[in-house]
Design a protein around this ligand. Structure first.
Ligand code: ADP
Ligand code: MG
Length: 727
């Protein structure tokens, strides 16, 4: 029996021994990163200075310097075992892309030399047509190029020197996530710096920080390989709930199984060698669900590290006979996985701008930034939702375990009450407050304690957590950049508007503090509707959110429309993050990806239903029929009536499920045919959402019922209770 053999194998595995290095972490931390220490060692002093200057001051790198950098980088890479190099970029698919080239070049004498020039370092031309581009590049003019992002250090992965790059078309449109992310980070730097200077004129730069928390599931490799749905779609398309799953809440912070512990240890080591500051690891709520979080970093670097982590963890898991599931909802009935994006802004003067401080000025600054985030998130709540939406994350949002498909901000009672008081201030209150040295209003008392005291509301998609906001609706498999682009751009735009207003008031003779307080008050008043501290899972909230005019759309393809609303297009234009052409192209890609993902799932489900489940159920049904005949032949009618009635009922249930499955699979195939004829990508995605997805749900429901009915020995696929408990 395939199933039993596979299950046995999975349950008999022992933890692989992982050697803990005897050296201290600082001796191997960043070993595979071309960081400043390594640069200093491998580059001539003048080159090092020029490179560091270019990085710190966001300047382009002169080509002669690039040649010298390439030479040193190559030497370092080869010293550390690399034989190939690649430009490493983030196309609009999930994950990253690489095209490996060997360092070797013909030497003209029949041999080879190792070559790597500044030109090869700085720019390459991957075939843009083979990546999703939303029609920006037609195949016959498929030229796009990748260019080195010097703000993120090169690293060695699998004996390959990886150079983080942006990926753009020859006409300058972004074809990746990194380009707009860098633009958004620059936009927020510009406008947040303007605002931060009201409080400290010495501020020169504001950095956007990201600390992600990555949730994931582990499944034994043998079981994974026996589930075509997991292999092909990353989630189980069928499977009845296990009798025990997360109801005892015994997994969260529980003891980590030794096999998993060994995997985590090795993963952490690999992370540290790659300079990913992995810090915490623990079990999550669902069985077999875990989380890894690093120390937060500058957003662009943090995002590179998250993408790197996702590929490293997949690889390390295989060494331990595990498969990592990064899908947002691999199993029905238990929690799905997200990627909480902890986000903050910090000035180059060492202040976190969402952090309350000791002085009244610090706290006025704190309130200024908080109020502007309120406004940005309110004005762009539909867009922020679109930024985290995907075919896979759609399973998570709106389900009764993750934040709903409505964006709101959780503030916590303390901050909420401060904002309420602010809102009620009269004109003369404002005059008084602005005039006084140690402003009352509790401004100088906003306690630092708030850091630890922020209530733990887990139902909110976007929560203030003391000195940062936590965007929790991001999907576990997503590229964090999508959310970070929308958020940083929206906040940048809002801060610019705010600064314009303040500047105008000052020019008109208003006093700075007064102008600030008054504008904050206006913002809080206008945008209080985005604040919601209650239970985000409740039905009342859905009704209330609708009344408040927040975006309540639940259909993923329609949620993407938010990118093309005038509000978004204008905001992205003003901040220089996306042109309208880029937005249109990217939405084409989003709709296409949505359709393709559902299409693949629907095919796999149809195949499993008709070729795996129905035949087995039919076989079991005929066992029952056979039994029924024999009973009837052997026993007098009065004796077998009860047994036969029960057998008959079971046979009827099975045949009814089989009939529904067959019928629904036929209709699902028909629905796909109809949808596939639609040429407009948006309409096609909507058709898939409206006509294919509901049928998949019906099919699944009937298969899961059969799983309860059919002889366990016959059932062809590993069940939830087997998949979900690593021993
Ligand atoms: P929890 O699960 O309680 O939210 P974790 O410790 O798992 O907390 O994760 C918190 C994450 O937030 C970590 O990645 C941490 O580095 C990050 N973080 C902490 N402070 C900030 C900040 N100011 N800006 C961005 N991220 C931060
Ligand atoms: Mg968190």
């Amino acid at each position: 029996m395939l199933r039993f053999k596979v299950v046995d194998e999975a349950f008999n595995r022992k933890a692989r021994q992982v050697e803990t290095p005897s050296e201290r972490p600082d001796s191997y931390y960043g070993k595979y990163v071309f960081n400043r220490k390594t640069m200093f060692e491998y580059l001539p002093k003048a080159t090092y200075d020029a490179l560091v200057n270019a990085i710190d001051n966001k300047q382009p790198l002169p080509l002669d310097v690039a040649d010298s950098v390439a030479e040193g980088m190559k030497r370092w890479a080869i010293d550390n075992g690399a034989r190939h190099y690649t430009h490493w970029f983030h196309p609009l698919t999930d994950g990253t892309a690489e095209k490996h080239d060997a360092f070797v070049q013909h030497d003209g004498k029949g041999g080879v030399v190792e070559e790597f020039t500044g030109k090869l370092l700085v720019q390459q031309e991957p075939d843009a047509s083979s990546f999703p581009n939303g029609g920006i590049r037609n195949t016959f003019e498929a030229r796009g190029y990748s260019a080195w992002d010097i703000s993120s250090p090169a690293f060695i992965l699998d004996q390959t020197l990886c150079i983080p790059t942006i990926f753009i078309s020859y006409t300058g449109e972004s074809l990746d996530y990194k380009t707009p992310l860098l633009r958004a980070i620059n936009a927020v730097d510009r406008s947040a710096t303007r605002v931060a200077r009201y409080f400290d004129p010495e501020v020169n730069h504001v950095t956007s920080f990201l600390g992600w928390e990555q949730e994931y599931f582990l499944v034994d490799e043998a079981l994974f390989s026996a589930r075509p749905d997991l292999m092909l779609t990353g989630r189980t398309l069928m499977g009845h709930e296990s009798a025990k799953n997360q109801q005892l809440e015994d997994h969260y912070f529980g003891a980590i199984p030794s096999r998993v512990e060994a995997f985590m240890l090795e993963l952490e080591l690999e992370c540290h060698k790659l300079g990913i500051p992995a810090k915490t690891r623990h079990n999550e709520v669902a069985p077999n669900q875990f989380e890894l979080a690093p120390i937060y970093e500058e957003t662009n670097l943090a995002n590179d590290h998250n993408l790197l982590l996702m590929s490293v963890m997949t690889e390390v898991a295989r060494r331990h006979n595990f498969r990592v599931l990064l899908h947002e909802k691999p199993f029905d009935g238990i929690n799905g996985s997200g990627k909480h994006n902890n986000w903050s802004l910090g000035s180059d003067r060492g202040r976190l701008l969402f952090s309350p401080g000791k002085t009244a000025t610090d706290n006025l600054q704190f309130l200024t930034f908080i109020a502007n985030v309120l406004a940005a998130v309110h004005n762009h709540n539909a867009l922020l939702k679109a930024s985290i939406m995907s075919a896979t994350n759609a399973h998570r949002l709106g389900a009764n375990e993750a934040p709903p498909a409505i964006i709101s901000i959780f503030m916590g009672s303390r901050l909420s009450s401060i904002l309420e008081r602010l809102e009620k201030l009269t004109a003369s209150d404002l005059e008084n407050l602005a005039g006084k040295e140690g402003m009352s209003l509790g401004l100088n008392q906003i306690p630092r304690i708030m850091l630890d005291n922020t209530d733990r509301n887990r139902t909110s998609p976007f929560a203030f957590t003391g000195n940062r906001f936590e965007f929790r609706a991001v999907g576990s498999s997503a590229n964090c950049a999508s959310a970070m682009i929308a958020l940083n751009a929206a906040v940048a735009d809002q801060l610019a508007t705010f600064a314009d207003k303040i500047d105008a008031r000052i020019a008109a003779g208003d006093e700075l503090k007064h102008a600030l307080l008054d504008e904050i008050k206006t913002l809080v008043k206008a945008h209080r509707d985005i604040v919601f501290d209650g239970n985000g899972y409740s039905d009342e909230w859905k009704a209330e959110a609708e009344r408040r005019g927040l975006d309540c759309e639940t259909s993923a393809p329609k949620i993407f429309d938010a990118y093309l609303s005038e509000n978004s297009v204008e905001m992205f234009r003003r901040t220089g993050v996306f042109s309208k052409v880029e937005l249109e192209a990217r939405n084409e890609v989003k709709w296409e990806m949505y359709t393709k993902k559902i299409q693949i799932e629907a095919r796999v489900l149809g195949d499993l239903a008709i070729n795996h489940v129905v035949p087995v159920a039919t076989r079991y049904q005929s066992v029952l029929l056979d039994n029924l005949y024999k009973i009837k032949e052997l026993f007098p009618a009065d004796k077998c009536a009860k047994i036969s009635a029960q057998d008959l009922a079971a046979i009827e249930r099975i045949s009814s499920h089989i009939a529904i499955i067959r019928e629904e699979v036929d209709e699902m195939i028909e629905a796909r045919k109809v949808a596939n004829r639609i040429t407009d990508e948006r309409e096609k995605a909507i058709a898939y959402h409206d006509t294919v997805v509901p049928r998949m749900e019906t099919i699944r429901y009937n298969i899961d019922k059969l799983e309860l009915e059919v002889d366990d020995e016959m059932w062809p696929l590993p069940k939830y209770r087997e998949l979900l408990f690593i021993r």
